[in-house]
Design a protein. Structure first.
Length: 235
């Protein structure tokens, strides 16, 4: 999709107020929205905005979901959007390039990791959200503590859990060879992570051992360092 095509898409979207809007930075984030979308869809229509040209939803989306691609005009779209609800799994809304729109009535954050809100994220990562779907009581306690410490308006905190874990548990795949050990390597994306420090040497050593090796990359690493990631995939 070229710039002119994206320009027309964005301007058509902004002509009228939307109901429920999801935004995904990449194709990897749909798995964190999937259960919520299934819960919402009966009787509702959803606009799903993705910044990933390879997002499979652009080719085939569930009924009731309109999927749009936007990358170059994303800052403009965020500032001008009118919607009842905008749902994201992107921290730091309003702190950097992507700002809140006065035309969006409610901003909702969905966690893509069941982690601490202050050990894992920046200090103001969630300050501009109105509602947060929490994976556990620990997040509720942390957010309320931060609101009290920094005199922030109280957000609506909803217990939501982590549907992705529940889905994996339901799959319950049998172990193909219980005697063969399996090693899962799933580093984060920050500078100095395993992918940058010792990944190729580690894979070379493990390949000579009687074991299975599963490598799960972080979507952000693939996005920021595509050449390095392609080199690792060839190992």
């Amino acid at each position: 999709m070229g710039f002119l095509s994206e320009y027309r898409t964005v301007n058509n979207l902004l002509r009228e107020e939307q109901g429920i809007v999801f935004y995904a930075e990449s194709r990897h984030y749909y798995q964190y929205f999937e259960q919520l979308i299934k819960d919402i869809l009966p009787g509702s229509s959803i606009t799903y905005i993705t910044s990933d040209k390879k997002d499979p939803l652009l080719q085939a989306a569930p009924a009731g979901i309109r999927v749009l691609y936007c990358k170059w005009m994303l800052g403009f779209l965020f500032r001008e959007l009118r919607a009842s609800v905008m749902i994201m799994t992107m921290p730091d809304l309003g702190n950097y390039f992507l700002k809140k729109s006065p035309g969006v009535k409610q901003y909702v954050y969905v966690f893509h990791a069941a982690v601490s809100t202050h050990l894992q994220y920046r200090k103001q990562a969630f300050d501009h959200y109105d509602t947060i779907l929490c994976t556990g009581d620990y997040q509720v306690k942390e957010i309320r503590k931060a609101e009290a410490m920094f005199q922030l308006p109280a957000k609506q905190l909803l217990p939501y859990g982590y549907p992705l874990i529940s889905r994996l548990k339901q799959m319950n795949r049998p172990v193909t060879d219980p005697l063969l050990p399996t090693y899962l390597i799933a580093p984060s994306w920050f500078s100095g992570c395993i992918f940058e420090s010792c990944m190729e040497a580690l894979l070379a050593q493990l390949s000579s051992m009687p074991c299975r090796v599963l490598v799960r990359s972080h979507p952000e690493y693939e996005k920021r360092y595509p050449e390095r990631f392609r080199r690792i995939k060839k190992c």
